[in-house]
Design a protein around this ligand. Structure first.
Ligand code: ZN
Length: 200
């Protein structure tokens, strides 16, 4: 016999998650049914709904925000608004913030240019980055995209786009092997990468 529809639906749901294959999705769906109590499943369901319903994307930096107009970082007047770090993902912001060293602002690209996968310039948040540079508030732009082919392509593209603007562009000194994701760096390596950033 086939799985009943509610289990099939849940398998389909888990399959939409990254890194989850058919077997894992089945195992998770059956675990949800047989091992989790009603309270736990309710909390999980509500948490999934809340993460979409109660949060926003910051319209300035594209980071996750509890406010509709600007995130906590963008609205923090104690931070250095002349320093802007470009990162690929929201996760990168949280990795940087964990160090409690960087006091500038961020710009989340939401990916990197990957022509082979059909991700072009218009698919990542570059237009809003240009607008922020045009405003003249940013004096230094730190490009902290990953040390991957996509990250390097994106860095070079941003650099070329901003060549005519009055902004100092630096690239973090990846003490990481080529191909590494910044989320794999430990705090010390990351701190050194920021301190050792060079004119790009
Ligand atoms: Zn923001």
């Amino acid at each position: 016999m086939d799985y009943p529809k509610p289990i099939k639906d849940l398998i389909e749901g888990y399959l939409t998650l990254p890194g989850i294959g058919k077997k894992t999705a089945e195992r998770l769906a059956l675990f949800t049914f047989s091992e989790m109590n009603e309270d736990a499943t309710k909390r999980l369901g509500e948490a999934i709904i809340n993460v979409k319903n109660s949060l926003y994307r910051c319209p300035i930096c594209h980071n996750v925000s509890i406010n509709e107009d600007a995130c906590e970082i963008c609205s923090d007047t104690l931070r250095d608004h002349s320093l802007l770090m470009v990162v690929e993902t929201i996760k990168d912001v949280f990795i940087m913030e964990k160090m409690q060293e960087y006091k500038g602002l961020y710009h989340v690209l939401d990916g990197a240019i990957n022509f082979a996968a059909g991700i072009g310039v218009e698919d990542i948040n570059i237009n809003t980055l240009i607008k922020r540079i045009e405003s003249g508030e940013v004096k230094e732009l730190i490009i902290a995209t990953n040390a991957t082919t996509e990250g390097e392509t994106t860095a070079r593209y941003i650099k070329a786009l901003l060549d005519d603007y009055d902004v100092y562009i630096s690239r973090i000194a990846h003490g990481l092997p080529f191909g590494a994701d910044i989320s794999y760096a430990d705090e010390m390596t990351l701190l050194k990468a920021i301190e050792g950033r060079r004119k790009y």
